[in-house]
Design a protein around this ligand. Sequence first.
Ligand code: NAD
Length: 468
Amino acid sequence: PGEAEGNQNSGGQYSGIESIAAAVARLRTTFDSGITKPYSWRIRQLKALKALLLENTPEIEGALIADLAKNPAEAQLTEIGFVLAEIENTLANLKRWLRPKRVATPLLIAPSSAKTVREPLGVVLVIAPWNYPVQLLLVPVIGALAAGNALVAKPSELAPATSAVFARLFARYFDARAIALVEGGVPETTELLKQRFDHIFYTGNGRVGRIVMQAAVENLTPVTLELGGKSPVYVDDTVDLKTVAHRIAWGKFMNAGQTCVAPDYLLATPAVAAALEPLLVEVIAEFYGADPATSDSYGRIINDSQFERLTGLIEGESVVTGGDSDARTRYLAPTILHDVSRDSAVMAQEIFGPILPIVTVDSLGDALRYINAGDKPLALYVFSDSKAVRRRFITGTSSGALAFGVPAAHLLVQGLPFGGVGASGMGAYHGERSVAVFSHDKAVLSKILKPDTFNLVYPPFTQKKDAF
Ligand code: NAD
C-alpha cells in the first residue's frame, strides 16, 4: 500500500503544490471570520452533502465500478447509503450534541455554575484511503462540518475516478470558502502535512500513520489514526457452521477482501476447520456462481502492485478453493487456504484481499495466546454459543472492536465507537463521537463577584486551615 501509481491531478480545485499553502491560509481566514460556526451554516453543509450524494448517485456508482468494480448494491450498503444514514443521524441529533452540558460545582466555590461548551477546533485535514473511497472520506467530513470547522479533504490517488468525481462535486455543492478538496498522492500530502492544522484525521496504513503523526508534532496537532492490521476470527464447535460460513464469506469477500474490518484469518481446531472448509466452498459458489470472474457481485483488486502482492501470498500454500487470477483485469478468486503455518508470509502481514487462511489451534487457550501475541487488531470476531468462551474474549483480549456472530456489522451501529487500539489506531468516530473528535469541549465556569463568598480561600491562612 502507499505506492502512488495513479498519482495524477485530475483537475481538483486546489490541486498543485503551489496553491496548497495558499488554500490552507485562505481556509484559516475563513474560519477566523466565524462563518462556519453558526448551527445554520453546519446544517446547510450537511444538507448540501446529502444533495450531492442523491443527485449524483449514478456518477458516484460509476466511479466505484471504475476504481474497484464495486457493485452498486454493495456501494449502497457500505458507501453511499452508509454516508446518507450518518448525515440523517447527525441532522436529527446535532442540536442536542452541541448543547452545553451543565456540570455540578463543589460547595467551596458556591454559588457558581459550570458547563462544557463545544467549540470547533479550526481548520482540519481529512486524509482518506482508496478501499471505501466514499465512506472513509465523507464520514469524517460530516463530523468536521457538524462541529463547525473549515476543512481540507484529501481523497486517495489510488481510487482516481472517485477522487475526480468528488473534486468536481465538492466545489459545486459546498461553501468553497471553508471546504477545499486537494487531489494527489505523496507529494501533495507531504505538502499538506507541512501546513498547520488543528486536527488531522488519517485513515490508511500504519506506515503512513507514523508519517502523519510525526508531521503533527511540529504544531502539536492532535491526530486520529484509523489504521488496520490482522483481524482474527475464532470459530468453535458450538455454532451452526453453515450460517458461520455465510457470515465469514460475506465479511471477507465483500469489496474483494479490501476492507479494513474484514476477517483476516480464521482460527479453529482441526475438526472445526475440516467441517467449515466445504461449507465455505459451497457458500462462495452460492454468492458468486461457479466462476466468480463472471459475477458482477464480486470486486477487483485496486492496482497491479496490490495484485502482485496478493497472488504472491498464495504461492506454496495449500488451496481449498480459488487461487486462480487474471492479471489483466486484476481478478483474484475468493481463496481459502488450508492449514496455514503460523510463520508463513500470509500470516506475517495484513492480507487486505480475498484470501482466507485457516490456522489450526489445539484449544481456546492456544487461540487466545496466538491473538494476544500479535498487534492489537482493529476487529476480533468470535463464533461461539458458549458464554464462558465469550467472556474469555471480552476480558482476555484487546481490539478496536469485538463482535460475536457477525463480522464488520458493528460499523452500522452509529452509537458504537469505530476505531482501533495500539497498532490498529488511536481515536474513534461515528455519530456524536465524530463531532467530539473535531471539537474542543471548553470548560466554562462562572461565579458572581458580590457578595464575595470566596474570602474563605484568601490568605493569610493561619486561622483558616480547618475550613478546608
Ligand atoms: P492509501 O494508499 O490510499 O493511503 C491512504 C492515504 O495516505 C492516501 O490519501 C495517500 O495519498 C496517503 N499517503 C500515502 N503515502 C503517503 C506518504 N508517504 N505521505 C503522506 N501521505 C501518504 O491507502 P492504504 O494505506 O493502502 O489503505 C489500506 C490500509 O488502511 C489498510 O491497512 C487498512 O486496514 C487501513 N484501513 C483502515 C480503516 C479504518 O477505518 N481503520 C479503513 C480502511 C482502511
